[in-house]
Design a protein around this ligand. Structure first.
Ligand SMILES: Cc1ncc(COP(=O)(O)O)c(C=O)c1O
Length: 373
């Protein structure tokens, strides 16, 4: 649900973030525009170095979006016609779209109660045509990667991390984007590390993949006069790179505030009636979103909206049931866990600008509703 501006407790507050950072951002914007270098150049190189350091990988390639990170990552790995890529059906549509756009086939498997892909289901879906597994680290929580890595190794598959929602998250001490062959990040304004427009990164320890994505993002050019393959225009521009560089320094505080807000919800919400997937011992969840699972979700969402509390649903229609997926041949009932969650999930506001009393109010309103339901 889009969040009307009148919400007293908005689901997100991007304008508040800008208001807080206005002075520094305007100075930066002036600097970039004065430099005359709007494509490539020092700001982009700095962003790549910063991102590689943040994720603990050899290479980060700055791109125009998380979608193109997924798309170009698969291109660089040689995934194409006839190949199958296993992925969950409850992601943002971009993960599946990227598979379709490399002319491979998305093979969906169901998820666990925490909304992330179920490794046991992956094992059952592997065929001789499977080329890769694309777990999506939804909500800021990394998928259960060890069994996924074991399966990938056993069957010689690539692992493509859709880490668009999980920058800075860890699993067993390993950072999102450093666990699989490639990591794909978005810096969309709603993400924890966000630009003022579209942006993304591909991360990898593979020199050849990084080099291929660098060429593909820039028309397939090896240098100004040599086109090795026809490519795309998928670069991050200097303005967004400068903003990312500045916001690298803010990410720690963003994550700390989100985790604190999430912990408050956990303490306040009625866990008997509101399901909140627990954090595993081995994970560090960065709470890109705080998603609860409840009965009568739509009524609860309306109830909260009636009290000027903004919420969202990520995502109300699983990808296999979207009109765009009709040709893939899936039907309602194929993924019961995903489909049930789609009816029950509700994303509560967890952004860093929330005050304690606002979280308390959200929790009180939710509790009152579920207890009366
Ligand atoms: C899970 C997931 N994958 C992929 C994307 C695509 O990223 P972008 O919007 O930067 O293309 C997003 C976010 O938008 C996302 O949440």
């Amino acid at each position: 649900m889009s969040t009307p501006a009148k919400m007293r407790i908005p689901y997100v507050d991007i304008a508040a973030q800008f208001a807080e950072q206005r002075g520094e951002l305007m100075t930066l914007i002036e600097r970039v525009l004065s430099s005359g270098q709007y494509i490539d150049g020092e700001f982009v190189q700095q962003a790549e170095a910063g991102m590689a350091a943040l994720c603990g990988v050899k290479h980060a390639v700055a791109l125009n979006s998380g979608t193109d990170a997924l798309f170009l990552g698969m291109k660089a790995l040689g995934i194409g016609p006839g190949d199958e890529v296993i992925t969950p059906p409850n992601s943002f549509v971009a993960s599946t779209a990227a598979i379709v756009h490399v002319d491979a086939r998305p093979v969906f498997v169901d998820v666990l109660p925490d909304q992330n892909i179920d490794p046991d289901q992956i094992a059952k879906a592997i065929t001789p045509r499977t080329k890769a597994i694309m777990p999506v680290h939804l909500t800021g929580r990394i998928a259960d990667m060890q069994p996924i890595l074991d399966l990938a190794q056993r069957h010689s598959l690539f692992v493509i991390e859709d880490a668009a929602q999980s920058i800075g998250s860890t699993y067993d001490g390993r950072l999102a984007g450093s666990i699989g062959h490639v990591g794909c990040f978005s810096t969309h304004p709603l993400k924890n590390l966000n630009t003022c427009g579209d942006g993304g990164f591909l991360t990898t320890n593979d020199d050849a993949v990084a080099a291929a994505v660098r060429q593909l993002r820039n028309h397939g050019m090896a240098d100004r006069n040599t086109v090795t393959q026809f490519g795309y225009v998928s670069r991050m521009d200097a303005l967004q790179a400068a903003i990312v560089n500045y916001r690298f320094g803010k990410l720690g505080e963003t994550i700390r505030a989100r985790r604190e807000n999430a912990a408050r919800y956990r303490a306040l919400l009625d866990a008997e009636l509101v399901f909140m997937p627990p954090d595993r011992q081995i994970e560090f969840n960065t709470y890109h979103t705080f998603v609860v699972q409840v009965d009568r979700r739509d009524a609860l969402q309306r109830h909260l909206a009636g009290h000027s509390i903004g919420t969202a649903i990520h995502y109300p229609v699983p990808i296999h049931l979207q009109p765009a997926a009709a040709a893939l041949g899936y039907k309602a009932g194929d993924f019961p866990v995903t489909e049930r969650q789609a009816q029950r999930i509700l994303t509560l506001p967890v952004h860093p600008s929330l005050r304690l009393e606002q979280i308390e109010e959200v929790a009180e309103r939710v509790n009152a509703f579920v207890r009366n339901a």
